[in-house]
Ligand binder design. Structure first.
Ligand SMILES: Cc1ncc(COP(=O)(O)O)c(C=O)c1O
Length: 448
C-alpha cells in the first residue's frame, strides 16, 4: 500500500469529493479528521477541534477510548473473520447474553434473544420484519420526523426520508410526534391525548404489527415528548396486540442519564434496537426481543459478517464502561450544565441570542433551535452558517431538521472541553449573525 500522502486538509477534502460516492455524504462543512482522542479531533494538518457530536453519537465513549481499543486490538489479532452466521464465538455469545440481561423487554431473560447487526438501519429493518412475522399483520405506525435508517425497510418508515421523497412503506401510517415547542394541537396535555388518539385510531383495525418510536426524536429536531407519552403508547399497543419497538440507536446507552432513554418512564417494550455507541465507532448494532419473534424464521436476516468478533469485543468493552452507571449520571449532570450555559447565552445581549428559539433535551442529548427573532420561523440558513463557522473556530456540531443544532458530545467529555466547545459554538452563532459566513460559503454543502 502507498504511504498516506501529506496533503493539506483542503486537498484531502477535494480528493474525497472526487472519489467517495455522494450517496453517502451528509456534509455541512469541509470536515477531514485524521485522528481523535476523547472529545478532540485532529485534522491532517494538525488542527484540533472539539467534537460536540460524537460522530452522531457513534463515538459516545470518546474517540479511541483505550478500553475499546485494547479489546478490539486483541480480537483483531485472534480471528477477525468469525461471525454468528454459520458458527459462533465466545464474544458474540457473551455480548448477546449481556444484552438480553441488560435490555428489558416483555419476555423473561431466558426467553430473550439478541440479533447482532451492523448498523441501526439493519437492526430496525429486522425489528420491523420480526414484528410483522410474529403478529401476522402488515401495518406499521411511525412518526413524522422520525429517523430509523438510511436503506430499505428502515428508510421507508422514516418520516424524514419520506418527507424528502423516499417511497413510504405501503402499510405505514405516520402520526405527528408530540413536539412541545410546535404542538400540532393544544397544550402538553391536549397534545399528548390527541397524539394517542391518532395512534389508537390506527391500531383499532387490528392490522398493525408494530409502533416504532424514538424516545427522543433526535434527527427530527431533538424533540423530548411530553411526560407519559411512552407509557401511554405502551398501554395502547398492548391493548391492541401491537408490538412496541423502541429505537434507542441514537440516544440509548447512557446518554440521557438512563441506561436506555425510555427508562425515564416505566415502559417495557417488545423490541429494543441499539447501535452507534454500542461499538464506539466500530460497526455493530443489536435488537433485543422475545425468542419467538427473533428466532423465526431461521436464516431470514443474513449478512456474512454479523456478530463480527472485533465489533463484539468493542461492544463488550462499551457495556463494561457503562456498567456502574457513572457515565450516565455524569451525562445527566453535564447536560444540565450545558443547558444552563446555553440559557445564559440566550438571555445575554450577544448578537445571536435573539435567534435562540428553544434549548431542550435530556442529559447529553441537547438541541439548540434557532428561529427568526420574535417568531418561531425556522432559521435554517443561520444554522447552516453557524455550524460552518463553528468548524472554522474548532467545534463540530451538526444541524438536525434544518434549524436545530444537535449537541451530543462523547459522554466522557471533560467539563472544560464541553464549556470550550459551547463557547466556540455560540461565538460561531454570533459570527454567523454578523454576516461572517456568506450564502456561497454554505452552498457547497448539501446537508440533509
Ligand atoms: C434513531 C435512529 N435510528 C436508526 C438510525 C440508523 O442508524 P445507522 O445510521 O447506524 O444505520 C439512526 C441514525 O441516525 C437514528 O438516529
Amino acid at each position: 500500500m502507498d504511504p498516506t500522502p501529506t496533503w493539506t486538509d483542503e486537498q484531502w477534502y477535494a480528493a474525497d469529493l472526487a472519489s467517495v460516492a455522494g450517496v453517502e455524504r451528509l456534509r455541512f462543512f469541509p470536515q477531514v479528521v485524521a485522528s481523535g482522542s476523547g472529545s478532540v479531533l485532529t485534522t491532517p494538518e494538525g488542527r484540533e477541534v472539539i467534537d460536540l457530536s460524537a460522530s452522531w453519537t457513534a463515538t459516545g465513549m470518546g474517540h479511541a477510548h483505550p478500553a475499546v481499543v485494547a479489546a478490539a486490538e486483541l480480537a483483531l489479532r485472534r480471528a477477525p473473520g468469525g461471525s454468528v452466521l454459520s458458527g459462533t464465538h465466545p464474544d458474540a455469545v457473551r455480548l448477546a447474553r449481556a444484552l438480553c440481561e441488560r435490555v428489558e423487554v416483555v419476555a423473561p431473560v431466558a426467553d430473550r434473544r439478541a440479533y447482532l447487526g451492523h448498523a441501526g438501519t439493519d437492526a430496525n429493518d429486522v425489528a420491523l420484519r420480526a414484528a410483522r412475522h410474529a403478529t401476522g399483520r402488515p401495518g406499521i405506525v411511525a412518526f413524522e420526523g422520525g429517523y430509523h435508517g438510511g436503506l430499505g425497510g428502515s428508510q421507508s418508515v422514516s418520516g424524514i426520508h419520506i418527507a424528502a421523497g423516499t417511497t413510504a412503506d405501503a402499510d405505514l401510517t405516520l402520526v405527528p410526534y408530540p413536539d412541545l415547542y410546535r404542538p400540532w394541537q393544544g397544550d402538553a396535555d391536549t397534545l399528548l391525548a390527541n397524539t394517542l388518539k391518532r395512534v389508537e385510531g390506527v391500531l383499532a383495525d387490528g392490522q398493525v404489527a408494530a409502533v416504532i418510536v424514538e424516545p427522543i426524536q433526535s434527527d427530527g429536531g431533538v424533540l423530548v415528548p411530553p411526560e407519559g407519552f411512552l407509557a401511554r403508547l405502551r398501554e395502547a399497543t398492548q391493548q391492541h396486540g401491537t408490538l412496541l419497538i423502541v429505537d434507542e440507536v441514537k440516544v440509548g446507552l447512557g446518554r440521557t442519564g438512563h441506561f436506555l432513554a425510555h427508562q425515564v418512564e416505566d415502559v417495557v417494550p417488545d423490541l429494543v434496537t441499539l447501535g452507534k455507541v454500542l461499538g464506539n465507532g466500530l460497526p455493530i448494532s443489536a435488537l433485543v426481543g422475545p425468542a419467538p419473534a427473533l428466532d423465526e424464521p431461521a436464516a431470514s436476516a443474513l449478512m456474512t459478517t454479523i456478530g463480527n468478533p472485533v465489533s463484539c469485543a468493542a461492544a463488550l468493552a462499551v457495556l463494561d464502561l457503562l456498567a456502574d452507571g457513572t457515565l450516565a449520571t455524569s451525562a445527566a449532570a453535564q447536560g444540565d450544565v450545558a443547558a444552563t450555559t446555553l440559557e445564559t447565552y440566550a438571555s445575554s445581549d450577544a448578537a445571536g441570542a435573539a435567534w435562540v428559539g428553544q434549548i431542550r433535551g435530556r442529559g447529553l442529548s441537547l438541541g439548540l433551535e434557532l428561529v427568526h427573532p420574535g417568531s418561531q420561523e425556522p432559521a435554517d440558513d443561520l444554522v447552516a452558517k453557524t455550524v460552518l463557522a463553528g468548524w472554522q473556530r474548532g467545534v463540530v456540531a451538526y444541524p438536525v431538521r434544518g434549524n436545530v443544532i444537535e449537541i451530543t458530545p462523547p459522554l466522557t467529555i471533560t467539563p472544560d472541553e464541553l464549556q470550550t466547545g459551547l463557547e466556540r459554538l455560540v461565538a460561531a452563532l454570533d459570527a454567523a449573525v454578523s454576516g461572517e459566513v456568506s450564502d456561497a460559503d454554505v452552498a457547497a454543502f448539501t446537508g440533509w
